[in-house]
Design a protein around this ligand. Structure first.
Ligand SMILES: [Zn+2]
Length: 370
């Protein structure tokens, strides 16, 4: 069997590669649109494919509670259930448990107890459950259960999160997987270099198919976060894919790519769409603004997405202001296309060995898009 991951070109720390999964190959760097509840909000899987998405993300937390992983398994697994035959990465549910902090009840060496956001009932996630839910969903990449703390957590909390995350990864590592399913561990440590190193070394020693950088992009300032990313990526093996969890603004994705990250996910393109905004090379456009009332230009000149090839800013503005579903859909399609195209262009620039100069140019205009 060929390698799970190959790097095909490097430019500085940035890399272009291929991740091989049970449902096909994913060129990296790869942006993964988020299908929280088994759908990238308002976007059909055929549309996702046409936009250039190579892999999508599903949330184990939400799918476990609604409609349930067993039910999805009974219906042929998540690919069949959501009508997407390409690669799927599922998170473990840990991020939701720890980011909804007022629902958290207790953490121990075997798992975490919390109240479900659906009905408030006490629930428990363990490494065993995280493995089983993802095995039942049949995703191509499964994630280990981890403890992700918010920015500002003190050192003893971070240290405890690192300790538990390693312990849980050890418990989850050899549990049953779906056919061909890869398993990634998640390093923690916040902005603390020493703890990040410890977390990385412990998880790498256990041996996983890939590694995620977790516990960043959780509310800290951007510069220290990027510095920590440089460090966190360097602690990980060259030959394994690196996944930065939760970044999706144009500057952020290019910065993490330049630091050696191969994969990332974010709800930003679709969430931004729901607020009535379009990502463009010149920055973010708020379509609710009156200045677009008579603007006959597309959202972005030259963009091949279904919104830009057919409709004017004036029309999209009208739809958004009238809360028409099509407005939200058009903005989602455009924003996803914008980000997927940006990442594809980054990959080509890495292959040409011109990533840094290309990135500076790309960010010139996008500065206002943050
Ligand atoms: Zn467009």
């Amino acid at each position: 069997m060929s390698e799970t991951f190959s790097v095909i070109a490097r430019d500085g720390a940035a890399r272009a590669g291929v991740l091989r999964t049970a449902h096909g190959e994913v060129p990296t760097p790869a942006f993964m649109p988020v299908g929280t509840k088994g759908t990238v909000k308002s976007v059909d899987p055929d549309e996702l494919r046409a936009l250039g998405a190579g892999i999508v993300l599903g949330n184990a937390y939400h799918l476990h509670f609604r409609p349930g992983a067993e039910l999805i398994a009974e219906l042929g697994g998540l690919h069949a259930f959501m009508g997407w035959d390409g690669p799927i990465l599922t998170d473990s549910g840990g991020f939701q448990v720890f980011s909804l902090r007022d629902t958290l009840l207790e953490v121990d060496d075997d798992g975490v107890t919390f109240r479900s956001v659906y009905d408030g009932a006490p629930e428990r996630f363990t490494p065993e459950l995280a493995a089983r839910v993802q095995e039942r969903l049949g995703s191509d990449v499964a994630m280990c259960l981890d403890i992700c703390l918010p920015a500002g957590a003190d050192r003893s909390e971070l240290e405890e999160a690192v300790r538990c995350t390693t312990l849980w990864a050890q418990q989850q590592r050899d549990l049953p997987r779906a056919p061909g399913q890869l398993r990634f561990a998640i390093t923690q440590g916040g902005l603390d270099g020493e703890l990040r190193r410890r977390s990385s070394e412990e998880l790498v020693a256990l041996g996983f198919d890939g590694y995620a950088i977790g516990g960043l992009s959780v509310g800290e300032h951007r510069e220290p976060m990027f510095d920590a990313t440089t460090e966190a990526a360097a602690f990980l093996p060259e030959e394994k894919p690196r996944y930065f969890m939760g970044i999706g603004d144009p500057e952020g994705v290019l910065e993490v790519i330049s630091r050696g990250v191969d994969m990332f996910d974010c709800v930003l393109p679709t969430r931004t769409a729901r607020t009535g905004s379009a990502l463009t090379r010149e920055g973010r456009l708020n379509l609710r603004n009156a200045r677009f009332a008579r603007d006959q230009r597309p959202l972005e000149e030259g963009c091949p997405c279904p919104a830009c090839t057919r409709f004017s800013r004036a029309y999209v503005r009208h739809l958004v202001n009238q809360q028409e579903i099509l407005g939200l859909r058009l903005l989602s399609l455009h924003n996803l296309r914008f980000l997927l195209d940006l990442v594809a262009a980054a990959r080509r620039a890495i292959e040409r060995g011109e990533f840094l100069s290309w990135k500076e140019e790309a960010l010139e205009g996008a500065k206002g898009a943050m």
